[in-house]
Design a binder for this molecule. Sequence first.
Ligand SMILES: *Cc1c(COP(=O)(O)O)cnc(C)c1O
Length: 375
Amino acid sequence: MNKPILLSTPHMGDHELELVKLAFETNWIAPVGPHVDAFEQEFCRVTGAGHAAAVSSGTAALHLALRLVGVESGDEVFCSTLTFTATANPIIYLGAKPVFIDSDRTSWNMNPDLLREALLKRARIGKLPKAVVVVHLYGQSADIDPILKICCQYDVPLIEDAAESLGATYKGHSSGTFGHIGIYSFNGNKIITTSGGGMLVSDDPEVVTKARFLATQARDPAPHYQHSQIGYNYRLSNVLAGIGRGQLLVLGDRVAARRHNFEIYASALANLPGIEFMPEAAFGRATRWLTCLTINPEAFGVDREQIRIALAKQQIETRPVWKPLHLQPVFAEYECIGGEVAEDLFARGLCLPSGSNLTANDLEQVINAIHDIHY
Ligand SMILES: *Cc1c(COP(=O)(O)O)cnc(C)c1O
């Protein structure tokens, strides 16, 4: 039996362990310390973000972001539908209601035209959402310029979920750095990892200071423990920030490796009928965090699920493209604007093994397995 080929696994560089050791040697084993401070500064340098707060997960960062823009019980928040559930869960934590928005075919991300129409309609009835959460999926930026313009026009804060897109750019700038607040994830499957972790960024220093305050139980300045707001325990451990600092050093290599995976897959599979890869939009540079494709079953001969199951039998892990949130049982009661594009991408979309640590032999096995299904 072959060794399993997984979708996306952690890939440590040469410096993470020594930075973790340094945390041990200096006894900074706490959710505060020099690695946390340095990780935030280095993250800003790499992404061009103004200010950053390191937190325990991308989900925590989103929860804080929504709190910071004032989302409260009963509010509406517009949100991409084609994404992981963690994008929308924090909307529910705050008692607010998501309104999902469909993707476009250019980037698979939020369709700016649908957002424009939806905001116009809400403005007419005087019921604008408290925030828009746009997702940069699978390492590719959404079309930020029109989205930002529409949000500014209606004065609705934009939160960017760049959990999957560290290293991606839009017109030369890092995705996640355009909106009022951006968030990133360092979960084990992401392009770099701290095992678990996240970052919240903003150009507004007050926003980031307030994020750190809320993330450390909202302690008022007093010698005793005093609290006038409800906070969270969301700071990143100094030990894990050491891993993050090491991982930031190899981010460029990780992007290059994932783009290389894509190139190999594309050149070996593009000639098969009925296979189409996720497009790379002209406005940005994608990381190809995951290599995604869609299958046209009539042309290819079998459908996406048959491919996925055939590959699984050979120990090759693939995944359907995200099930749109408006189709998730837990979000069934919420409105969705459009939805056909995301539904189609889910029905026909497949994510291939895409780790930066895959070998040429791994890629060849995946490619051969797909060729075998087709013939
Ligand atoms: C991974 C992910 C998150 C959540 O990040 P965690 O660090 O796992 O909490 C949020 N949104 C998207 C799109 C993700 O892929």
